[in-house]
Design a protein around this ligand. Structure first.
Ligand SMILES: CC(C)(COP(=O)(O)OP(=O)(O)OC[C@H]1O[C@@H](n2cnc3c(N)ncnc32)[C@H](O)[C@@H]1OP(=O)(O)O)[C@@H](O)C(=O)NCCC(=O)NCCS
Length: 211
């Protein structure tokens, strides 16, 4: 078998703008699964520049599954960008110190938790993912969308704020796919199944593996 190497930073010969993303991530608060790729118009290091307001002292993580496709200019807004939104003023007085230093005493900035992108998720060009959003396996985010709420597995969402465009399969087929979790198979089995994975016959996949 001739299987592309997940540990190869630049998996496309003679092209240095697409990376298997995990190989350029050294930040402990970002976790990326095998074969997830990022393609940038200019420089794939821009991925990190587009993870915004991601401060160690906040403690939130960006977790991305396997086999995701991430287009240029995708941006993740993390929790460090949150101001008070239910107070009279959203102004962050405390950070400027002096007599303002205790402005946040007994108060906390809104915190929405980790950002979690499932497996086999396609994030279209220039999409923005807001803090704490969870995107289910197999979802597709249309180009230029801003995702403000969790996205169900195998759904296509788009717009600002992103709304459901359609489900990719019937509910029954989605349940089968979520049980099969093909991205967790060993890579030889995935390689043998590629023809069926790139088709749309979920029953064929189900029957092949006796589900
Ligand atoms: C989401 C996407 C996959 C849908 O493609 P499709 O299945 O061919 O869908 P259609 O073009 O038939 O559009 C279906 C509906 O989604 C809407 N839609 C499509 N793209 C949209 C977008 N970016 N934002 C908001 N709505 C969008 C259409 O207006 C249409 O709405 P309607 O049903 O009310 O008429 C595609 O529009 C897209 O955004 N692809 C991402 C491309 C990209 O960023 N590639 C980067 C390189 S990896």
């Amino acid at each position: 078998m001739d299987i592309p190497n997940k540990d190869n930073q630049f998996p496309l010969a003679h092209y240095n703008k697409l990376v298997f993303l995990k190989n350029i991530i050294s930040q402990p608060n970002i976790v990326v699964g095998d074969y997830t790729y990022y393609d940038d118009f200019v420089n794939p290091e821009n991925f990190i520049r587009n993870v915004k307001y991601h401060f160690d002292f906040v403690g939130d993580k960006l977790i991305i599954g396997k086999f995701c496709m991430i287009a240029s200019d995708v941006t993740f807004i993390m929790n460090g960008g949150n101001h008070l939104s239910k107070s009279i003023s959203a102004y962050p007085f405390a950070i400027f110190g002096g007599d303002w230093k205790d402005a946040m005493k007994d108060k906390t900035y809104p915190y929405k938790g980790d950002t979690i992108i499932g497996n086999d998720v396609w994030l279209g060009y220039n999409t923005t993912i807001m803090p704490g959003v969870k995107i289910g396996d197999g979802a597709i985010i249309a180009s230029n969308s801003t995702v403000v709420k969790n996205v169900e597995p195998y759904s296509i969402v788009g717009g600002n704020p992103a709304r459901l465009i359609r489900k990719r399969f019937s509910d029954e087929s989605i349940q089968i796919l979520l049980k099969l979790k093909w991205w967790e198979w060993d890579i030889e089995k995935i390689t043998q199944s590629i023809k069926i994975l790139t088709g749309n016959d979920v029953d064929a996949l189900k029957n092949l593996y006796n589900m």
